[in-house]
Ligand binder design. Sequence first.
Ligand SMILES: [Zn+2]
Length: 317
Amino acid sequence: MLTVSNYHYIRENFTAPYPSIFGLTPESFERQLLLLKGIGTFIHPEDFIHNTDVILKSKKNYILVTFDDGLKEQFELAKPILDRLNIPALFFINSINYLEKKVSLVHKIHLLRSQLSASILLEAIEKAEYNSRLDLIFSEKEKARTHYNFDDPESAYLKYILNFKLSVTQQSKLINDLFERSFDSNTTIKELYMTEEQLIILASEGMLGSHTHSHLALGLLSAKQIHRELAQTKDFLEQLTHSKINYVSYPYGSHEACAKPVPDLAASLGYTIGFSMERGINRGEEDKLLLKRFDCNDLPSGKNEKLFKDEYSFIYK
Ligand SMILES: [Zn+2]
C-alpha cells in the first residue's frame, strides 16, 4: 500500500499582516518525516514507477513525499532535510511561471490576502464594474460561513465571492489588477519559484513532475483546454531537463478538479501516474491516474491528524 504526504509552503516564518499563507517550518517538516518513518518505508518515485502494482498491493506501507507548486523554499529548505535523512520526494511544477513569467493566480491570491485585509479586498471587489452581481444574500453568507468555518466572516465572504461568484476570467482580472498595484511580478517570480537549474537537478534525481501549466481546476475546463494544460508542462519539463515526465498532480485535486476526461487525457499524453487530493491510503484498486494523497495537516503531528488516525486505526488502536 502507498501513503502519499503532500506539502506546499515550507518556511521559517509565517508571520504576515494578515496571515493567510500556511505550511510547515523546516523543524516541523523534519519532525513529521521522522514520525512517518516510524510507520512506513519511504519510496523513490522511480522505484514506484517501475513497481507500481507490487507496491500498491503490498502489505508493507510505502510512503511517498510530494510537493505541489514548484516553490523555491521547497528546494532550499525542505530538500536539504530530505537529502540528510536520505528520503526521496517528488516535486510538481507549473510551467506558466517559466514560459509566461507569470505568478500563478493562486499565489497572487495568497500574497494579496497576506498583505491586505479581507475588508479592503471586499471593498475593491465592490468598486469593480460587475459588483451588482456580487452582493451576497443572507443564505449565501450563511453558506460562506459554513464552508469556510475556520475563517472570520469577512474572509469567508471574500473566499466565497472569489471561488463561487466570479468566473475565472473575472477572478483573474480583479486579482491581476490588485496584484500589479502591490507587487512586482518579476521579483515575486524570482523569490517564489525554483530556478530552471533547480528543476534540472530534480529531474536528474528522478524527482520532477507536472502540476499543469497554469494551476487551474482542470475538471471545469473544456477538453481542449485540459489537453493544453497537461501537455504544455510535460513538453516544457521534458525539453528543459531531457528526461521523461511520468507524474502529474492535478491542481486543487478535488473531485471536480479531477473529473472526467482529466485522467483519460493525462493517460493519452503519456502520464502514467496521477495524484488527486482525495484523502486515503492507496491499496491497488484505484485508477493509477487518480491516486489519493493526504495533506501534511492530515498526517501525524498535523492539525487534522484525526482523519489519518481513523484510516490507520489498525496501527493506532
Ligand atoms: Zn497547487
